[in-house]
Design a protein around this ligand. Sequence first.
Ligand SMILES: CC(C)(COP(=O)(O)OP(=O)(O)OC[C@H]1O[C@@H](n2cnc3c(N)ncnc32)[C@H](O)[C@@H]1OP(=O)(O)O)[C@@H](O)C(=O)NCCC(=O)NCCS
Length: 415
Amino acid sequence: MFRERLDKKFIRYAKTDVRTIALPEAEFSGVMIKAAEYCVKKQIANIVLIGDEQKIKNTFLDSNFDGIKFISPKDYENKEEMAKKLYEIRKSKGLSLKEAKELILNPIYFATMLLEQGIVDGVVGGAATTTADMLRPALQIIKTEEGIKTVSSSFIMLGKRRLKIGDKGVFLLGDCAINGNPTSEQLADIAVATARTAQKLAKLDVRMAMLSYSTHGSAQGEMVKKVVDATKLVREKAPEILVEGELQADSALMPKVARVKVKNNLWKGNANVLIFPDLNSGNIGYKLMKLAGKLKAIGPIVQGLTKPVNDLSRGASLKEVILTIAITSLQASNLSEEERLLRKKEEKLAKKLEKKAKKQKETFEEEILQPKQEISQNEPVQEELFKAKKEKNNNELTTNDKEHNAEIETKGQES
Ligand SMILES: CC(C)(COP(=O)(O)OP(=O)(O)OC[C@H]1O[C@@H](n2cnc3c(N)ncnc32)[C@H](O)[C@@H]1OP(=O)(O)O)[C@@H](O)C(=O)NCCC(=O)NCCS
């Protein structure tokens, strides 16, 4: 599974079930346009740029927009219906129809409504927008997954294969980007959603640790109790998840320490999903791991929504945007692993056959057609040569004959 790095795998996997992703920052973010170009060219995703087509084309003159779709909120033919739908969703929260009509012109709200209505399969933004502005429409409009009320995020961490953390250096961290100080219920939601992300995207058999500064009662306090309660809730909500808590980081990750500190633990200190108790520890923790451990962090991957919306960090690189589009496509895909493998096999076979056919055609042209062509090209020349030779022979014959005749004539006269 991990022979190839996961990030490359995500891009390859996204190609097996091409989804449609809306990019709401198209009018003002060059990196989003470059990513759109790349994703369409490499068939990673179909792209819908939100904004005025002419304005976008005039702004990004060097870009190639072949195969890219445009939808402008202000010119959208079903704008009125969409505003009404937004009003229906948010009227209980005090939104008026007039406000809904104004809100729909905002590209992020518009893209999120396209997602809600199934016109696109995912939304990616945040390269030039704050997390709150990027995610608020999704939190307000898109429903949460079954059994989950809190939207959260996770990072997939990629270390060297020999790193003795996770599964050959692959593990997940949640939540490091969205929920400030979650309650035990919210923490349980974060844990369940992170386990789902680990299964769906990283294909891990989850061994989850609920992190704290205490291991199985070694310390007391409100902060510890929150993690203990959350662990119980995870077991109730999702009994299929192998979860252990509360655990200190070393008890969660080091078998040697776990053997001493943890009695009857479900695994021996080799967790592959770590849940932080709050955003301070989560955000600090993932950054320290990334820097000190020279790990790659993929994310934040927004989780817990029924339809995917992902937030980039401002100033995200082209590579990061492309990867996030691929991940969003994978989140939107309902293809089972078997179906995906089958498609990959079919694709591989089709490519192989195409290659074989091309080679056969080339060989045919080289070996069969070309010599014929050569002959036919040479034919007129040879014909000319033949004619010339014949003519020369004729001439020679005629001369000979003349001489012969003359000789006979002379001999006749002599006799
Ligand atoms: C997620 C976040 C962006 C939401 O911001 P916000 O829009 O100001 O939040 P609000 O409290 O006004 O909530 C808006 C709506 O979203 C809902 N909501 C907020 N957070 C939610 C969550 N985690 N899950 C589900 N719904 C949530 C609220 O219930 C509210 O819904 P309602 O209007 O239907 O009642 C905010 O929690 C945040 O800024 N988090 C920190 C992000 C950050 O700075 N990270 C730094 C590291 S990258």
